[in-house]
Design a protein around this ligand. Structure first.
Ligand code: NAI
Length: 673
């Protein structure tokens, strides 16, 4: 029989190499159709019974990327979810029960449902190369493994290592996966086939769990370890907002004594999660992320050489980040001492990223060249300017460098507030100026705003978007309006928080109100972390164009050089990189505080939609989530407004307006949302 996705190929030794090449898809994903077909293939193979079955991918980009997330979006009821999960379980159980040896030959990404398939095989062979990774990242979508992966990973790697991998959802390199026992062998590409053949023919004894792991799986020990796990998880995510990790811990604690029952309970647990608010929204966020990634696909522009001017907080880190991502970079600053510090900081970034991988650290350092005299300007395909936030200073520089730039080279500015039109007035070719606005800290923030000025050409815009993606950031196209998208939406929220301090409220209480909503960090702690001087300068620029006024407390602190974390004091006192918080503050009646901050943010998001700062609602949601960390489980500010009901939300905003004044006046766009 021939199949659409699976291609069984029997060799001379009667081993079936079962190739997966999902039709009409660049990536192997386990959709219902692919799983249904696999059941048929396995039925057929049960009849002819080869000596063994080796699962192989025919896609160059990986083994199997996971289940089909699109299918999650159409599931509306618990029963529909159970149908999907039971199908997955039927397939995995069938693989496990095959009377012949089964091997997963993993090269490239093997994630989620793909890893669950691999775990159902007798053996897993992994390619020892940089692009091969395994993992169970379901938690990031608000669920946990649902095709038997929770049970099987714990049986293979023990509860602590397996639960840790599932609770963080992180991807594992070959050595880690082998060390944990998740895979049986790690070999170079050229030996993959031979090793798979060897496992089929010799059937080495499978690894079993050691004494310690068996003990930790014991019914009397599990509650202790489970409590510890709950404690660790609760420091990162509350059960109310993110139920999946807690459900996974419960599942293991209650049912590990009976793996068959645990498989059934696993499916029930995921079925209840998948239709839930959090998972639905996290799936929405996953697609928002894909949307941002696709913004970078409209051009194949790839710079051979990047030149960064300004080696300060931002320029230094941008240069280091680009070198880390594999580009040749020169970095220029008028101060040689700044460049020395830039190189030191870059080395720290590389070490943090690559850890013990000395080769990658050395190669990244080799790609980053300090260039005091700016020789790189003539060779660069893109020049990123990150010097002082001053129009005249920037223009003086542009006049010097423009005549030296290569034909077709892009001039990108990291300005956070100066309109591009104003900067472009001194240029002979203003169409080559584009904003590439990074966020601080560069290595951690996934978003980069790609700013279109009035003169920016379409070609330069698409090239800059492609560049953003190539350095592994999420590029968001925005137009050149004050504050662009992210700072503009964030600032009213921050200023409302400062206003409440002005009214005598404790910073701890204000921060807690934001955490209750699901923000990753309170606004007062955030302002201290970013630096109150930076906040004030952005707020000042925005206040010229928007209905925001600067609370005097901000001025007083900045004038007294109390800038936050970097000076050891701002709204909080800081000790060892952490704010010292008053533990005696009580958190009663903080709903109003939460509403005041969040509604200013939501109202500004609506205003940005009206002014078309970005193309559509999804891009606003994506920008605010990836640029500010806005509670991902709510799916973004505008998604949240729709979920709660536009009319109800507008009425709440109006009640805030009555009590606190016109900074809460609903934007005109509310009526046509
Ligand atoms: P910074 O003061 O840390 O660094 C600026 C660097 O530029 C200094 O090392 C200075 O010596 C150098 N410089 C100044 N004029 C120069 C010239 N003509 N030629 C060569 N080097 C020159 O400033 P920071 O914070 O890195 O900001 C740079 C740009 O990035 C600004 O436009 C700022 O608005 C923007 N930005 C800053 C963010 C932040 O959080 N600090 C966030 C996003 C954007």
């Amino acid at each position: 029989m021939t199949y659409a996705h699976w291609k069984p190929e029997i060799d001379n030794d009667n081993i079936c190499w079962l190739h997966l090449d999902v039709a009409n898809s660049s990536t192997n994903i386990l959709s219902s159709a692919v799983l249904d077909e696999l059941l048929k293939v396995l039925d057929e193979l049960s009849q002819s019974l080869p000596k063994g079955i080796v699962f192989v991918s025919d896609k160059s980009n990986g083994f199997i990327a996971g289940a089909d997330i699109n299918e999650f979006t159409v599931i509306k009821t618990y029963d529909e979810a159970m149908t999907m999960l039971n199908r997955g379980h039927a397939v995995m159980n069938k693989i496990e029960a095959m009377p012949c040896t089964t091997v997963a030959m993993i090269k490239g990404f093997c994630l989620g449902g793909g890893m669950e398939l691999a775990l159902a095989c007798n053996y897993r062979i992994m390619c020892d190369d940089a692009s091969t990774r395994v993992g169970l990242p379901e938690i990031k979508l608000g669920i946990h493994p649902g095709y038997g992966g929770s049970v099987r990973s714990i049986l293979k790697a023990g509860p602590v290592a397996a639960m840790n991998a599932m609770l963080t959802g992180r991807m594992l390199k070959g050595r880690q996966a082998k060390g944990m026992g998740l895979v049986d062998e790690l070999v170079p590409d050229r030996q993959l086939k031979r090793t798979a053949h060897y496992f089929v023919t010799t059937k080495p004894a499978p690894r079993t769990l050691g004494f310690k792991n068996k003990l930790m799986n014991h019914r009397l020990v599990r509650p202790l370890i489970a409590n510890q796990m709950r404690k660790t998880v609760s420091a990162k995510a509350s059960e109310k907002h993110y139920p999946a990790p807690y459900k996974l811990i419960n599942l293991w604690q209650k049912h590990m004594d009976n793996p068959t029952r645990m498989l059934q309970k696993e499916a029930e647990s995921v079925a209840s999660l998948v239709t839930d608010y959090t998972a639905q929204n996290l799936v929405h966020v996953f697609f928002l992320q894909e949307k941002l990634k696709s913004q970078g696909k409209k051009s194949d522009f790839k710079p051979a050489h990047i030149h960064v001017i300004g080696g300060g907080v931002m320029g230094g880190d941008i240069a280091a980040w680009c070198a880390l991502r594999g580009f040749n970079v020169t970095v220029q600053d008028r101060e040689p001492s700044v460049l020395a510090a830039t190189m030191k900081r870059s080395q720290d970034m590389f070490k943090k990223k690559f850890k013990k991988d000395k080769r990658s650290i050395r190669e990244s350092l080799d790609r980053l060249i300090p260039d005091h005299r700016g020789i790189g300007v003539r060779h660069a395909d893109i020049i990123i300017e990150a010097i002082f936030e001053d129009k005249d200073v920037k223009q003086t520089l542009y006049k010097v460098i423009e005549p030296q730039m290569k034909e077709g080279a892009i001039l990108a500015t990291n300005t956070s507030s100066i309109p591009l039109e104003k900067l472009a007035t001194c240029l002979k070719q203003p169409e080559r100026l584009v904003g590439v606005h990074f966020f601080n800290p560069v290595a951690l923030m996934p978003l980069v705003e790609i700013v279109r000025g009035k003169n920016t050409s379409d070609e330069v815009m698409t090239q800059a978007l492609a560049f953003g993606r190539q350095i592994d950031k999420l590029p968001l196209p925005v137009i050149s309006k004050p504050g662009f998208l992210v700072n503009r939406i964030l600032m009213p929220y921050l200023l409302e928080a400062v206003q409440m301090i002005e009214e005598g409220m404790a910073p701890e209480k204000i921060d807690q109100a934001a955490l209750n909503f699901g923000m990753p960090m309170g606004p007062i702690e955030l302002a201290d972390t970013v630096g109150l001087d930076v906040c004030r300068s952005v707020a000042k620029i925005l206040s010229e164009n928007m209905n925001v006024s600067l609370p005097p407390r901000m001025d007083t602190l900045v004038d007294n050089k109390k800038l936050g974390k970097k000076t050891g004091e701002g709204f909080y006192k800081w000790s060892r990189g952490r704010p010292v918080k008053n533990k005696n503050v009580t958190f009663s009646n903080i709903n109003d505080l939460e509403n005041r901050m969040i509604f200013r943010l939501l109202n500004e998001a609506v205003a940005c939609l009206r002014e078309q700062v970005v193309e559509n609602e999804d891009l606003i949601d994506a920008g605010v989530i990836f640029g500010t960390g806005f509670a991902p489980f709510r799916g973004g500010p505008l998604h949240h407004v729709h979920a709660e009901g536009v009319t109800e939300m507008k009425a709440l905003l109006e009640s805030l307006e009555q009590r606190y004044g016109d900074r809460f006046s609903p934007d005109k766009k509310w009526t046509s949302l």
